[in-house]
Write a protein that binds this ligand. Structure first.
Ligand code: AMP
Length: 207
């Protein structure tokens, strides 16, 4: 099955070809059409399976197809991840995949100056990729407008819970609209993850 049959936007297919990917991985084949169709997804996936492209490629497709320019100062897609390293890695992927579509990407994570992150939140972006702690710090200071979030991703949700981020994640979920598409990825499943998924996802497809 080639990438071209999954419903991705032509500008994104071109960027995927630049990466040298010839065929989608199993999680990409399963996730991409479902995410494009608008369904919530709960995905069990380890790092190394092509999971990042499995959610960023279809979300980019959806953002590109509905680009309105009306989102100044707002965040359209919020991706939460447990560590700074993972945030940076996801952001690098999104930047590479969006080179022909021009999506805007910002990151928030701790251990570095807040100032450029605050400036990026003020401008708004298509994708905000963040660790929960720093995002809440900035949100608590009144930075960031999450009222127009259309897509929410929790990546490596099990690690976020293991690292004690559950309360931060729940506070962030309260800042975004109820009506949105949500995706949750985790390498393992515990009762806590199931509870989070039940609270967040509407009629999700398991992958
Ligand atoms: P991830 O599981 O998202 O951490 O991705 C693992 C690695 O696989 C990354 O270096 C990606 O660039 C790469 N990758 C993702 N999708 C594909 C694909 N369809 N073909 C080849 N490599 C890929």
């Amino acid at each position: 099955m080639p990438f071209a049959s999954l419903g991705l936007d032509a500008s994104i297919l071109k960027a995927v070809a630049d990466q040298g990917y010839t065929e989608p991985t199993p999680i990409q084949k399963a996730s991409i059409p479902v995410i494009i169709s608008g369904k919530d997804v709960i995905g069990v996936a380890q790092t190394g399976t092509g999971k990042t492209a499995a959610f960023t490629l279809p979300l980019l497709t959806k953002l590109v197809r509905t680009k309105s320019g009306a989102h100044q100062g707002k965040v359209r897609c919020l991706i939460l991840a447990p560590t700074r390293e993972l945030v940076v890695q996801i952001a690098e992927n999104v930047a590479a995949y969006s080179r022909y579509s021009g999506a805007t990407v910002a990151t928030c994570y701790g251990g570095v100056s807040e100032r450029p992150q605050i400036a990026a939140l003020r401008r708004g972006c298509d994708f905000l990729i963040a660790t929960p702690g720093r995002l809440l710090d900035l949100g608590g200071q009144g930075h960031g407008d999450f009222s127009a979030v259309e897509y929410l991703v929790l990546d490596e949700a099990d690690r976020m819970l293991d690292m004690g981020f559950i309360h931060d994640v729940k506070k962030i979920l309260a800042l975004v609209p109820k009506d949105k598409q949500s995706l949750l990825f985790s390498a393992t499943f515990s009762d806590e993850i199931r509870e989070l998924a039940n609270n967040l996802l509407k009629d999700p497809q398991s992958i």
